[in-house]
Design a protein around this ligand. Structure first.
Ligand SMILES: [Zn+2]
Length: 398
């Protein structure tokens, strides 16, 4: 090899010997006599070598071969620092991979699951994870707390639904501000402690009505308005009303096998947002609703429920709410009446949505992204890493 090229590759060293087979390449390095080792304490070149130990490290693959280097690392006897290991610009202290390979792993782990990066590079899974975690810790920016006014809180399942974590988002720029284990009041307390004196500037907080977050918000930010977000209410309506009525309807159709099967299999069609259906799916939805009166009632009332959140003012939202309640009463459908009754205590936070216009549609996006991250991080037990990934996926929008 041309010595000037190898100087560029491994500054301070030259290749002394190669050894390779069909899969791997081993390169034995030797000190470049034209350069003095540099003390890692003071960064000064030092003439006196105390001793030498060989370190084997992984280099980025060369010509498709897994590549190892054997480096005779020197400890210098520095007049200022004492005995110190030499410092190399291409190999960080205590590491067993070169900075070149390190950057490759960082770039790959941005887009690929750890498992794939480990397979591509031949590095251990934990090594790849650690590199990605360090990158995230370096890159994820602390929020500018002074600019936080409106928040969105949500919980999500980790480890197959057995445990929960909570994510808190700045509603105005969609930055993930905080992620923590648990979904109880006490679990989100550290967030408010971090927010500190900025608690007083919070104007509104959107959340699922089925949490204890509202009490914790009131404790730290008494001036803030709690807003119940539409996304969760719609999901709850789907589970508690549409699903219930659909199953009841299917049971009524016991004698009519094809009709029963049709209603039973319509869950997806009923729960999907109408605007996301193609013309053919819309047509089958219309047919389904025409043939099954109770389903058409809960479907239409579901759409009208959503419309409450689109009120132009609190007063307008309240009128929509009253009209909706009246229609629920008239429907005579028990699951619907029960749902409406349970919704009543939350009226203030529902109507507040008309005033604060927190675009909680970001919750759905964040929920989906978290699922993808969870899949990519499959097998992890490292929640810090998982949470860093979430923060990195939602930086502050300008
Ligand atoms: Zn020194």
């Amino acid at each position: 090899m041309n010595p000037s090229l190898s100087r560029f590759l491994w500054e301070g060293f030259l290749p002394a010997h190669y050894d390779f087979d069909s899969q791997s390449l081993h390169i034995q390095l030797k000190p470049d006599p034209a350069m003095l080792p540099v003390c890692s304490g003071c960064s000064q070149p030092q003439g006196a070598v105390h001793d030498t130990t060989t370190r084997r490290v992984r280099e980025a693959d060369c010509l498709g071969l897994r590549t190892w280097l054997s480096i005779p690392l020197r400890r210098v006897a520095c007049v200022d620092c004492g005995v110190r290991v030499e410092s190399l610009p291409w190999l960080a202290r205590y590491t067993r991979i070169t900075t070149r390979l390190h950057s490759q792993v960082e770039a790959l782990a941005r887009v690929l699951p750890i498992k794939h990066v480990a397979a591509l590079t031949g590095l251990h899974w934990d090594t790849v994870k650690q590199i990605d975690k360090q990158r995230l810790a370096r890159e994820v920016q602390d929020p500018d707390w002074s600019r936080v006014r409106r928040l969105v809180m949500d919980e999500f399942a980790i480890h197959k639904g057995h445990r929960y974590a909570t994510v808190i988002i700045n509603a105005d720029n969609h930055q993930v501000l905080w992620v923590g284990m648990g979904n109880r009041r006490v679990d989100i307390r550290p967030f408010f402690e971090e927010l500190g004196t900025y608690c007083h500037q919070i104007e509104a907080v959107a959340m699922d009505m089925n949490t204890a977050f509202d009490l914790e918000v009131k404790r730290h930010c008494p001036q803030a308005e709690v807003v119940y977000d539409l996304f969760h209410v719609v999901a709850k309506y789907g589970r508690e009303v549409i699903d219930r009525v659909r199953v009841d309807r299917a049971n009524e159709l016991r004698e009519d096998k094809p009709a029963r099967k049709w209603v039973k299999g319509s869950r997806w069609l009923l729960l999907r947002n109408r605007s996301n259906l193609n013309p053919e799916q819309r047509l089958s939805l219309e047919e389904l609703l025409q043939a099954n009166h109770p389903l058409s009632v809960v479907y239409v009332l579901g759409e009208q429920l959503r419309a409450i959140w689109r009120g132009n003012s609190i007063w307008d939202a309240f009128k929509r709410w009253r009209q909706w309640q009246r229609q629920v009463d008239e429907s005579g459908l028990a699951p619907l009446a029960l749902f409406a009754k349970r919704l009543k205590p939350y009226l203030r936070g529902i109507l507040a949505a008309a005033k604060y216009r927190l675009h909680t549609s970001c919750i759905e996006g964040i929920n989906n992204k978290i699922k993808v991250i969870k899949r990519m991080a499959y097998g992890y037990r490292d929640n810090d890493y998982f949470f860093l990934k979430i923060k990195a996926a939602f930086p502050a929008n300008p």
